[in-house]
Design a protein around this ligand. Sequence first.
Ligand SMILES: Cc1ncc(COP(=O)(O)O)c(C=O)c1O
Length: 222
Amino acid sequence: MRIKNKYNLFLVEDCAQSHGASYKNQMTGTFGDIGCFSFYPTKNLGAYGDGGCITTNNYEIANKIKLLRNYGSSKKYFNEIQGFNSRLDELQAGLLNIKLSKYNILLTNRLKIANYYLKNIKNPLLLLPKIQDHSIHVFHLFVIQSESRDKLQAYLESFGIGTIIHYPIPPHLSSAYKELGYTIGSFPITEKFSKTILSLPLFDFMTIREAKYIVKVLNSFE
Ligand SMILES: Cc1ncc(COP(=O)(O)O)c(C=O)c1O
């Protein structure tokens, strides 16, 4: 926000993973000019297909977005600008409304598991996530780091514990962005993380019993 204000920038908040998160009691999605939330099925507040929403306090932007999502049209057959066919499907919206009303229950369980992990994973080979001061972290993912990540992933797999790497290939090394000219070494920190990160199981109805088993296996890794 300091940089935005200094240079008078337009700020788009990527809130894809942060439903319910806050900093100094201010919810994500309310800092920038617009906030973009994802309702992709695996997200904390996930639909049963793709979806998302944009938050803003600016009526002009809100009206423009409403136009854009509906073929650039506010009146049937009149297309004021070129837009997209990108409305949130009514069925998804209906399901999300129900899920939203239970979101606190889902989030409380997620945080219970995340806190269990934070308190009980004790292995010097593993680095745990840190919660920033004055923040509510909603743990869409629980990402740990290990210098022997691939060995750790195979070890967990051998005990029937599935994990995922979010993400193994940094964008600047993907074919899609080849033309930007970045190579190995351009972003060493990102590249290091792509080799050390591992997302542990964490889902809506996960139980402490399941977490206990995972922690036991993690603590026995050497
Ligand atoms: C941080 C972040 N930004 C953006 C996106 C994209 O969201 P969507 O899949 O709804 O377009 C995702 C989802 O994968 C994400 O995790």
